[in-house]
Design a protein around this ligand. Structure first.
Ligand code: HOZ
Length: 430
């Protein structure tokens, strides 16, 4: 495979961009090859600047559930752009977007638009602190909630991929306000509540962990968090930046039937443009300025292009009959194919899947239900697997600790190619 153009583009980028990338995990550092520079994409296919073609299962890390450059999204963005790209003033489409979110996400009565998932989680935690008049939060080791200071404590995603779960630059006083518990371990949460009586503002959790690879919540875990937070007067925040509109119209809260107080959203909500949002019960959301005292603002929040793209994507998901059943069928087909490959090759691979998000962990552990178990993965094997997947025309996450996403655009042929490529890549690490 010729990748000379990507190689020299990376050299050039490193002169002027730290590490040559605008988000660390894109540098492919943990898989030991230079990053692929993308030229264009359509549907499920992406082309790099050396004209290599790949079937994409990264989907821009989740947002592109309709596939790349969906015609309706492109038209909505072009129509909006023709009327101006930003006003810094209210528009009707923001209300339409809020109505659509309130309709789809069961626990959300009011919602505020921001520009990224990071902004959404930072703002939701500030709101939770303002509402409860408490300072501490609980997060889970290996969960990732963007790069806000409070969350870079035992953080997942690029932070574990690069071995930087606690970032320098986060002050000691900020770090001490974040307590960490173990995912799928309610006792560790109960202990923190007992040790910090009336001081915990909120528990923030990815209802399906997606940033230490996919780790599903154990039976009763989310309901247990709901009970513990209610009993202790704290808020429960579901970070649905990945799971929102992916597992069901109403995200993980609909899928698992557990309602949080606040929900953070990103990725799919922007239809491929930079959008985040946080929402919840009216009485909590009304604490936000200009109604209440908790401040949060943004020049580009509710941007008309981003709203046009996002609203088109959400409506498509809302209006397509059997959208989520179809995603489930496609993803189950891939899971079965991966498992059969591993079985026939006599390899131990743990495949975790919830709906259209999944991760294959290269570990000898019997299951991956916790951060510690995720960390038993052989990342060297993943690197070899990744290189062979790329050689076989598959674009998958350049890190063990991320998700593989199935989109509505994937065809049977795409999925068969994925299963075949998985077999070839597995053979390479056998
Ligand atoms: N933190 C993102 C994945 N969970 C990566 C974002 C990016 O590099 O674009």
């Amino acid at each position: 495979m010729n990748n000379n153009n990507s190689k020299s583009a990376f050299q050039k980028a490193q002169e002027v961009i730290p590490g040559g990338v605008n988000s660390p995990v894109r540098a492919f550092k943990s898989v030991g090859i230079d990053p692929i520079f993308i030229k264009k994409a359509k549907g499920t296919t992406i082309w790099d600047i050396d004209n290599n073609e790949y079937t994409d299962f990264v989907a821009s890390w989740g947002p592109l559930i309709l596939g790349h450059a969906h015609d309706d999204v492109l038209k909505a963005v072009a129509d909006a752009a023709a009327n101006g790209t930003s006003y810094g003033a209210p528009t009707e489409i923001e209300t339409e977007m809020a109505e659509q979110i309130v309709k789809m996400v069961p626990s959300v009565e009011k919602v505020r638009m921001v520009n990224s998932g990071t902004e959404a989680t930072m703002s939701a935690v500030r709101l939770a602190r303002g509402y409860t008049n408490r300072e501490l939060i609980i997060k889970f080791s290996g969960c990732y909630h963007g790069h806000g200071d409070s969350f870079l404590i035992k953080a997942g995603s690029g932070a574990i991929t690069l071995g930087l779960p606690d970032s320098p630059g986060v002050t000691k006083s900020t770090a001490k306000d974040t307590l960490t518990a173990d995912y799928n371990n309610l006792e560790s949460v109960a202990k923190l509540f007992a040790e910090n009586k009336d001081q915990i503002a909120a528990v923030i959790v990815e209802p399906v962990a997606g940033n230490m690879g996919v780790v599903p919540p154990a039976e009763g875990f989310l309901q247990g968090l709901r009970n513990l937070t209610t009993e202790n007067g704290a808020l429960l925040i579901f970070d649905e930046v990945i799971t929102g509109f992916r597992l069901a119209k109403g995200g993980a809260q609909e899928y698992f039937g557990v309602m949080p107080d606040l929900t953070t959203l990103g990725k799919i909500i922007g239809g491929g443009l930079p959008v985040g949002a946080y929402g919840g019960r009216k009485e909590i959301m009304d604490m936000l300025a200009p109604l209440g005292p908790v401040y949060q603002a943004g020049t580009l929040s509710g941007n008309p292009l981003a709203m046009a793209a996002g609203l088109t994507a959400l409506k498509k998901l809302d209006e397509t009959p059997n959208a989520y059943e179809d995603l489930e069928k496609k993803a189950a087909f891939v899971e079965a194919g991966f498992k059969l490959n591993a079985k026939e090759l006599g390899m131990n691979v743990v495949l975790n899947r919830v709906g259209s998000m999944m991760t294959a962990f290269f570990t000898d552990a019997e299951q991956v239900a916790s951060f510690d178990e995720a960390m038993t993965s052989d990342t060297g094997k993943y690197a070899t697997y990744f290189k062979h997947a790329v050689e076989n025309g598959l674009y998958i996450a350049p890190s063990q600790f991320e998700c593989l996403f199935i989109s509505m655009a994937h065809t049977e042929k795409d999925l068969e190619k994925l299963i075949k490529g998985n077999r070839a890549a597995l053979q390479a690490i056998k």
